[in-house]
Design a protein around this ligand. Structure first.
Ligand code: 3SL
Length: 248
């Protein structure tokens, strides 16, 4: 298994795809996707455009759908929800499809959706992702941060580091040290960032520019929730382009 980390979707190679691609948007799209599926949403369908989301979801009966839209951190008018994972409680999402469009996370998923296997990761479901990689051992894995409008996001790269750190620890006995797993320099950088912040992930979110943007929008509880590690045992996996379900 060779792991590659990319800080943003724009930095992924245009001419190739890995066996397994993992989208990361800790604040907050992939935290929301994991939470919705853990709360038994039927599926999560992602869109980069709100217009497209509205058109597609129109074909679903209102009691079977939820529309979630975020731009600049705020809820899009006309949607049922914004992008807070805290809104995805079982009484709200159970049995319904979540149609979602966010500033960066859903764009990241679009970039990698043609890979053979597509997963989403956040800190809250890190171990579920690591378990999948250990079980299936895909030959090439990309971990792609969503960033913010083309720029690096601290929390996404730290999550990439958290995944690689746990995977390397669990493979160390099999003679797979980090040096053997790493496909690019960014992997070492991500692990170094994670080891620096692993005991203060909420503090990291407070430093991160998008964390500060969310704090200005009064989303302190979202940061606290998204800074937890391994709190949900759920693995979102793409079953058709743009549609994620809970892996068995
Ligand atoms: O950029 C995104 O995709 C979002 O997750 C941003 S926010 O956290 O909802 O503001």
């Amino acid at each position: 298994m060779k792991l590659f980390t990319f800080h943003t979707p724009e930095l992924t190679p245009a001419e190739s795809l890995p066996d397994c691609a993992i989208a990361v948007d800790v604040l907050r799209a992939t935290s929301t996707i994991a939470t919705a599926l853990a709360a038994n949403a039927e599926a999560v369908q992602v869109f980069s455009s709100i217009e497209q989301l509205m058109q597609t979801s129109e074909q679903w009966s209102p009691d079977k759908r939820l529309r979630a839209g975020e731009r600049g951190g705020a809820k899009v008018p006309g949607c049922d929800l914004g992008n807070s994972p805290l809104d995805c409680t079982p009484d709200v999402v159970e049995g319904r499809r979540l149609f979602i469009s966010t500033t960066n996370g859903t764009r990241c998923l679009e970039r990698i959706q043609a890979a053979e296997t597509v997963l989403t990761a956040a800190l809250i479901n890190r171990s579920a992702v690591v378990n999948y990689l250990l079980r299936y051992r895909p030959a090439t894995v990309w971990i792609v941060g969503s960033g913010w409008e083309g720029n690096f996001s601290l929390e996404d790269t730290v999550c990439a580091g958290a995944i690689v750190h746990q995977l390397a620890a669990r493979l160390a006995g099999d003679g797979h040290p980090l040096e053997a797993l790493a496909g690019n320099d960014e992997v070492f950088g991500a692990v170094a960032l994670y080891t620096q912040w692993q005991n203060n992930l909420l503090g990291l979110m407070h430093h991160a520019s998008h964390g500060q943007r969310l704090l200005r929008l009064d989303c302190h509880d979202d940061l606290k929730y998204c800074a937890q590690t391994d709190s949900l045992n759920v693995l979102p996996i793409q079953k058709e382009p743009g549609v994620l379900v809970k892996a068995e």
